[in-house]
Design a protein around this ligand. Structure first.
Ligand SMILES: [Zn+2]
Length: 313
């Protein structure tokens, strides 16, 4: 392998699996290639790494995303090309024995700067130090504003607004957090969980929305069986929204660090059939977000956070 790769550009052309009902499953299967691909190519002596964009669509869009690099070795240039370009390149490679590819990247690393999570809350009337978090993340990739990527922030702000507008007074604190830097190492989530400011606080549950502002389908819960069952008993509250399940699963990147403190983490799962058409591309813009679908997600988060604030787990 090393002989074949040395001095060459490694081109990873694995299409995202289209036969799965859940696009997220296909995404996670391929995301590791994007994350680790350039490191492994570099170890084999490659000079650059090129990835087929992570999407199930045939189009001309480039999808960005997190790519790891080793601290102890210089990274090689790594980038993605659209699915159409990947097919073109693949066909060319099959036909020609000596294909030359010219790569020009103009991206660069900037120095780290201090930034902040943005937090707002409705303080609980009876147990203010017991917290229910609702969350999204503020950052996305440079190619667009990340409208769907940031939908969780709108969901979380809406939770507070809807509760206020309804005149409800939650017993426990409902805290909306817009995390900073999910995409580049998740430092906002880690910093929040480890902060001195958490002293004296108990985080009962954290609900994250990070799969776009599409129609919500259900919730996944990362907790033990008893805790999952305790949340599943509220399932009937969501039937009217067209949400028919609450099941064990993953919570979310930004809230993951709270798990070691015993927090139950919960993911809002929308219909992601269209998410990976636009995820981390230049078309993740506001026009792509349907306000009605966005509202359904906010309502779902509001109901769950309020019921947990009243009843606990
Ligand atoms: Zn995101």
């Amino acid at each position: 392998m090393k002989d074949k790769v040395k001095g060459k550009i490694v081109f990873m052309n694995k299409p995202m699996e289209r036969t799965y009902k859940l696009t997220l499953r296909a995404y996670f299967e391929n995301a590791g290639l994007r994350y680790r691909g350039s490191i492994e190519a570099a170890q084999l002596g490659a000079v650059a790494f090129l990835l087929r964009s992570l999407t199930t669509r045939d189009n001309d869009l480039c999808h960005t995303g997190g790519t790891a690099r080793r601290d102890d070795a210089d990274p090689i240039p790594a980038g993605s090309i659209s699915t159409k370009d990947a097919d073109l390149l693949s066909a060319l490679l099959k036909k020609e024995s000596n294909v030359n590819l010219f790569l020009k990247f103009n991206c660069k690393f900037l120095t780290d700067i201090t930034s902040y999570n943005v937090i707002g809350q409705i303080t609980g009337t009876e147990k203010p130090d017991e917290i229910i978090v609702v969350a999204g993340h503020l950052d996305s990739w440079d190619v667009s504003v990340g409208a769907h990527d940031g939908a969780g922030c709108v969901h979380s702000i809406e939770v507070l607004r809807l509760i206020k507008e309804a005149g409800l007074k939650p017993k426990r604190t409902i805290r909306a957090i817009m995390f900073m830097n999910e995409e580049w190492g998740g430092s906002g989530g880690k910093e929040y969980a480890q902060s001195e400011n958490r002293k004296g606080e108990t985080h009962i549950a954290a609900i994250e929305s990070d799969l776009g502002g599409f129609m919500p389908l259900g919730f996944t819960v990362k907790a033990n069986e008893t805790q999952v069952a305790s949340i599943q008993k509220w399932q009937y509250l969501f039937e009217d929204l067209g949400m028919h399940w609450i099941k064990p699963g993953w919570g979310g990147t930004d809230i993951e660090s709270l798990e070691e403190y015993g927090t139950v983490t919960i993911g809002l799962i929308p219909d992601t059939q269209k998410y990976f058409d636009i995820h981390h591309t230049k078309i993740d813009v506001l026009e792509q977000v349907n306000p009605r679908e966005l509202e359904f997600g906010a309502i779902a988060m509001t109901i769950l956070s309020y019921v947990l604030a009243q009843e606990g787990i």
